[in-house]
Design a binder for this molecule. Structure first.
Ligand SMILES: *Cc1c(COP(=O)(O)O)cnc(C)c1O
Length: 518
């Protein structure tokens, strides 16, 4: 079942690709630089600053659909990853998918269930994993892909993942990498800059290979500190001598993006099986967007032949993408807002580069030029023909804080469905799209976090908040109002052992890493 780029034939499991004849990935800033998927994932970013993209996209043939239709989520994931990662064997991918999504990690049934509020509105719940947010879909898989990639490239070093987090990513990385052989993970969070529940999730993390530290500073301080460590050549050399290679778990890594393609294809199969749509019929997709990774995965699924109509890009009031899609001008020189959907508080959407590379006709020189403009001036404008393509592929809109609260309340009242603040942004923008365009096609909304994870804002939206002793009293309050089960991963934090109680100065982050590694 390995797809071969030369003849488009799916191979039997016995066919094990070598690195040379498997699908190649090239950098968006230099398409002559080509590597197999293992090398792309090991490197993360290309040395020229570009992002790795597949040279050719596999096609979802009738035979593949037939196969997927009868598979479980885990099997579908192995099938679809196999189309992209030709330098991995079927057995390898199957075992990673089983470890990542099986063993009750995402509950007992389908890891990505769909909730219909009516016949044309389908909330794809991507938050049933260990940290209650959608980043688990990628970060439970990445450690397996990354460690295997390091080994496949003939490298015996231990991979040390460094993360600066504003909340969601840190915990998802900790949980994904915990006790994975050949890895260590160190997470820094701004000491007073994450929610109580996010902090608890991190400081109680289990695993012998993990370390968590607060930083006396804000998120930018933590991020700057991590970047400084990454670019410190002599430190890297020092670690190299100890058999350690530094790596990051950020969403520019292909190994984080490719697992996200799976759930759009799987959701389509589920829509067909549920009789909501006939095989081949077009559906729309609506995604609450920050770094443009999740929605790009839907675009890639479309490139493979999944019948996606419009991609609806939903932002909060950090609406740089709304403006870009509507005008073709990307301009990050604007006020930064802290919102109640913090995982979308982003002004530079890194994965957009991959989409622009694609629609520019793979013009690597052009991409280098506009990305240079972005880093020097904070803005760029794309060509007229690209503007037209963008308008065809995407619709963009944004929700204010009031819109977000109102959407949570309205959907709970009218449809008895409770959602978190990020999902509410998408839900609101979908309604705007339907009003403006009268396109009433069935739409899959990516639901990216459990309402319990953002309980305070959700209770405010329902106008039912009251002073609570702690997070757990609020979880109970939300349960009483909604009737929805409290995720046990959050409830159990109450009694979990607090392991990591220290914070360091922003100037001492390197020493903190060194101490942990020795
Ligand atoms: C990260 C995140 C997003 C944004 O996803 P991108 O891939 O960065 O666009 C949306 N919602 C939640 C809950 C997230 O954690």
């Amino acid at each position: 079942m390995l797809y071969n780029k030369n003849d488009g034939v799916c191979r039997s499991p016995e066919f094990i690709c070598t690195m040379e004849d498997s699908m190649q990935y090239n950098s968006t800033r230099n398409k002559e630089y080509k590597v197999a998927s293992a090398m792309a994932m090991k490197q993360g970013l290309s040395a020229d600053g570009g992002l790795f993209v597949p040279e050719l996209f596999p096609t979802l043939t009738k035979e593949i659909y037939e196969k997927l239709m009868n598979q479980t989520y885990i099997q579908r994931a192995a099938t679809i990853l196999g189309l992209f990662l030709e330098d991995f064997t079927v057995e390898e991918l199957e075992s990673y998918c089983e470890t990542a999504y099986g063993n009750g990690k995402f509950g007992a049934g389908n890891p990505t269930p769909i909730h219909y509020t009516d016949d044309k509105t389908a909330y794809l719940e991507l938050w049933h994993g260990p940290t209650c947010a959608f980043k688990d879909m990628a970060l439970q898989m990445l450690p397996h892909l990354l460690t295997a990639s390091v080994r496949k490239t003939g490298d015996e070093r231990t991979v040390c993942i460094l993360v600066a987090t504003s909340g969601d990513t840190g915990k998802a990385a900790l949980d994904g990498f915990a006790d994975v052989d050949g890895t260590k993970v160190v997470v820094f969070y701004p000491k007073d800059g994450v929610s109580e529940i996010q902090k608890l999730q991190m400081v109680t993390q289990k695993g012998d290979n993990v370390f968590v530290s607060g930083v006396n500073g804000n998120f930018d301080d933590a991020q700057t500190g991590v970047k400084t460590i990454f670019t410190d050549e002599s430190y890297r050399e020092e670690l190299n001598e100890k058999g350690i290679i530094l790596s990051s778990a950020n969403s520019m890594n292909w190994g984080r993006l490719v697992p996200q393609v799976v759930y759009y294809i799987s959701a389509y199969c589920d829509l067909v099986k549920a009789g909501k749509i006939a095989l081949g019929d077009i559906f729309n997709v609506c995604v609450p967007t920050g770094n443009f990774g999740n929605i790009l995965a839907a675009y890639y699924a479309k490139k493979m032949g999944l019948p996606v109509g419009k991609l609806i890009c939903a932002s909060n009031c950090n609406n740089v993408l709304t403006d870009f899609i509507n005008t073709g001008v990307y301009n990050r020189n604007r006020e930064f807002h802290l919102t109640m959907s913090p995982s979308m508080d982003i002004l530079i959407s890194s994965n957009l580069e991959r989409y622009l590379y694609d629609i520019s006709g793979k013009d690597d020189a052009y991409i280098s030029t506009i990305m240079k403009q972005l880093s020097e001036k904070g803005s760029y404008e794309v060509t007229d023909s690209m503007k037209e393509t963008i308008k065809k592929d995407f619709f963009a809109g944004y929700a204010s804080e009031e819109d977000t609260l109102a959407e949570i309340k309205k959907t709970f009242r009218e449809n008895d469905y409770l959602m978190d603040t990020h999902t509410a942004v998408a839900s609101y923008v979908l309604k705007k799209y339907r009003e403006e365009t009268e396109d009433q096609k069935i739409c899959v909304i990516a639901s990216t976090a459990s309402p319990y994870k953002f309980n305070e804002n959700v209770l405010n939206a329902l106008e039912q908040n009251k002073p609570c002793e702690d997070e757990f009293e609020r979880l109970t309050l939300l349960k009483e109002i909604s009737g929805l089960e409290i995720p046990k991963q959050l409830w159990e934090l109450q009694t979990a052992k607090r392991r990591f109680l220290t914070a360091c100065e922003k100037t001492d982050m390197k020493e903190t890493v060194t101490k942990f590694l020795s």
